[in-house]
Design a binder for this molecule. Structure first.
Ligand SMILES: O=c1ccn([C@@H]2O[C@H](COP(=O)(O)OP(=O)(O)O[C@H]3O[C@H](CO)[C@@H](O)[C@H](O)[C@H]3O)[C@@H](O)[C@H]2O)c(=O)[nH]1
Ligand SMILES: [Mn+2]
Length: 657
């Protein structure tokens, strides 16, 4: 008897067994408690170093409690994307967002590759739209996207015809020709070889054009005429909104080219622009008007699609679960230019634990969202059909509905589209060009004033880690999130290229995370007053306290130097039995972490380097993050570019610069 396809699930939840891990975790916890108790009992025989060591070790014990609570029940999902199209008659539309901010630090050829990999995914082209937000207001980025639209007409059919696996051309042409197409029979054919050569030439031409244009723009030789005329008289931080439709799939062809839209939201020196969060909100509004897809994917400009089935994978989770159980689907942040061992380990041993509680954190990139959730919906709103938003009960959306205007701002067209999105209507507009005027309005710098954007709607303002702030408020409402970790990875990003860049990034993260910890969106309040689960709160606390951990880490490292100088000691003497406790902790922790590295396929050397780097980061970058949040800022606010370059700057993304 044939299996009924409708009865098969789209994904499976797998809870791996972790008994050995739990036993080791508890043993270490027991040893840490013993050490703290031993210190307390012997405190009166010792001086200051003992007291300081007690403080540090108590903090490390607290941190260990956070870690083991977080990773107690690991979970991962297995998706069956081949069943999706049989199970779902009509695949839902998806709007794809790319954010870029600086054509020098993020060369347009990188954005070009990301955009091409998105536009070429295996999904009906009439269900896709790609929106690029350019916070650099750069004619170069715009020019590069025009070049993309020409190349896409060749590239997308080529990828689909030969079932190309990696659809970011720079990566594809780096690969060995024998693995270029997954269809072995076509792989070696004369036709394929010819088309491959042509495609490579075309890509080289595109790359040269974009790079030559970049050189010209460096030397102020860029001709701002024709389509680029809108960029004359603009400054990076002072310009009107620019919205241009570069490709439009007017006929709605499933095998055509998806819409491609360029957006540079308005910026004025007087108005705060809220960095990436502001860009994401402008993208949400413009896309809401033009295509209003119920799902949105957001990626950083340096993160390309590595598996053309990503949208299918995400849809398995969205369409296979109850709405409440899947507010967003996060793919892990992995890199193509670095093995990023420590990140992989973090995903493996802590990330999966978080997935098993209320779902993964929003990591800012490689994430599919439900539009409704980004519009601020609570799970209860789904049951009562968003009653709190609508004055009229006749099912129609009034474009001057007071509540909607207060939430979403003063654009009649946008109110209508938001109302449809909230009500889950799927009859979406297909002609983005009809909404160009309204799009300019909602991409204006003053549009958000008096509305809930950044407060309750969209990506939230108030932290440089806007992704975590937005994620914690989603979980706080009681939503769960899904995790997709396919092999090969769905997305690959670009790791910071130097240690100093890593430090700057870590400093920014620790600042942003502490900003959330000290705000009204603190996970403890969220558990006490709303629907954040207790263990999810613990997981968030583990993350948000990175910056605080720098203090005990630094003190503990300084203790040995202090004791040598003052001829005192902070550890029990060798003849005292108490010495066995710290020695046991040290040996066990080292072997334990080492075994995690080896089990995940990394070397002893990588373990050593990462352990050292973890200490260096905690004692430098995180300290600066901590100071950044706690000291009143006296220095001028640095631009994003300065933050990326400048180790000693005091960056606070959420302020205007
Ligand atoms: O004013 C800005 C600043 C940044 N960005 C974009 O935001 C993204 C992330 O910025 P980046 O400086 O590359 O930060 P990273 O530390 O590499 O990013 C990580 O950390 C951020 C939170 O700090 C998350 O938002 C990101 O998704 C995550 O990849 C990039 O696409 C930028 O183009 C803007 O669009 N406008
Ligand atoms: Mn980045």
């Amino acid at each position: 008897m044939a299996t009924n396809l409708y009865s098969l699930p789209l994904y499976e939840k797998i809870f791996p067994k972790n008994t050995a891990q739990r036993v080791l975790d508890i043993t270490l916890l027991f040893l840490l408690f013993s050490l703290v108790v031993y210190r307390l009992l012997s405190l009166r025989y010792h001086g200051f170093p003992w007291l300081l060591a007690l403080f540090c070790e108590s903090y490390f014990t607290f941190n260990w409690v956070l870690i083991i609570t977080t990773r107690w029940t690991p979970l991962y999902y297995k998706t069956f994307s081949q069943l999706l199209e049989q199970r779902v008659h009509e695949l839902p539309p998806v709007d794809m967002f790319v954010t870029t901010a600086d054509p020098v630090l993020e060369p347009p050829i990188v954005t070009v590759n990301t955009v091409l990999s998105l536009m070429a995914v295996d999904y009906p082209a009439n269900k896709l739209a790609c929106y690029v937000s350019d916070d650099g207001c750069s004619p170069l980025t715009f020019y590069a996207l025009i070049e993309v639209s020409k190349f896409a007409k060749l590239w997308i059919p080529f990828c689909k015809k030969y079932n190309v696996q990696v659809r970011a051309p720079f990566k594809y042409f780096q690969l060995d020709q024998s693995v270029l197409s997954s269809t072995e029979t076509v792989d070696h054919s004369w036709e394929f070889q010819q088309e491959w050569k042509k495609m490579k030439e075309e890509y080289e031409r595109l790359r040269r054009n974009v790079e030559d244009a970049a050189k010209k723009s460096d030397s102020f030789g860029f001709d701002l005429s024709g389509e680029l005329a809108v960029f004359s008289d603009t400054e990076r931080q002072n310009h009107p909104a620019i919205v241009k439709i570069i490709c439009e799939n007017k006929e709605g062809l499933p095998d055509g080219i998806p819409h491609l839209v360029y957006i540079s939201r308005e910026k004025r020196p007087k108005h705060p622009h809220y960095y990436k969060a502001g860009a994401m909100n402008a993208l949400a509004r413009v896309s809401g008007l033009m295509t209003n897809a119920p799902f949105m994917l957001n990626v950083d400009c340096d993160m390309f699609v590595n598996d053309p089935q990503v949208v299918h994978q995400a849809m398995c989770l969205f369409l296979g679960s109850k709405e409440k159980d899947c507010a967003f689907v996060q793919f892990p942040q992995l890199y193509h230019n670095s093995s990023a061992d420590s990140l992989v380990l973090l995903h493996e041993y802590v990330g999966k634990g978080i997935v098993g509680i209320q779902g993964p954190f929003f990591q800012g990139t490689g994430c599919f969202h439900r539009r409704k959730v980004i519009y601020g919906l609570w799970p209860d709103d789904i049951e009562n059909e968003c009653a709190r938003y609508f004055n009229s009960v006749n099912g129609k959306v009034d474009d001057d509905d007071e509540i909607l205007v207060k939430e979403f701002g003063n654009s009649k067209e946008f109110i209508k589209s938001a109302g449809h999105a909230l009500k889950g209507k799927t009859d979406i507009p297909m002609n983005p060009s009809n909404y160009l005027d309204a799009a300019h309005q909602v991409a204006g710098s003053a549009y958000e004033y008096g509305s809930s954007w950044g407060e309750n709607v969209g990506c939230l303002y108030g932290s440089t880690a806007e992704d975590n702030l937005t994620g914690v408020t989603i979980h706080k409402k009681g939503w769960r999130s899904g995790y997709c970790n396919p092999d090969p990875p769905g997305f690959l990003g670009c790791a910071p290229s130097s240690s100093i860049a890593v430090m700057i990034q870590q400093k920014r993260w620790s600042t942003g995370l502490l900003e959330i910890l000290f705000s009204k969106n603190n996970p403890i309040f969220a558990t006490l007053t709303a629907n954040l689960q207790f263990r999810q709160c613990v997981a968030y606390l583990w993350l948000f306290t990175w910056g605080l951990r720098s203090i005990p880490e630094l003190c503990y490292a300084a203790l040995s130097a202090y004791c040598i100088i003052t001829n005192s000691n902070f550890l029990p003497k060798f003849k005292e039995p108490g010495i066995y406790i710290p020695v046991a902790i040290f040996v066990m922790y080292s072997l334990y972490t080492l075994s995690e590295y080896i089990q995940t396929g990394f070397s002893i050397r990588s373990w050593w380097i990462n352990q050292s780097m973890a200490r260096i980061i905690a004692m430098s970058a995180w300290i600066f993050g901590f100071l950044n949040v706690n000291l009143p800022s006296t220095s001028p606010q640095f631009s994003w570019r300065a933050q990326r370059f400048c180790w000693c700057s005091w960056p606070r993304w959420p302020r205007a610069c």
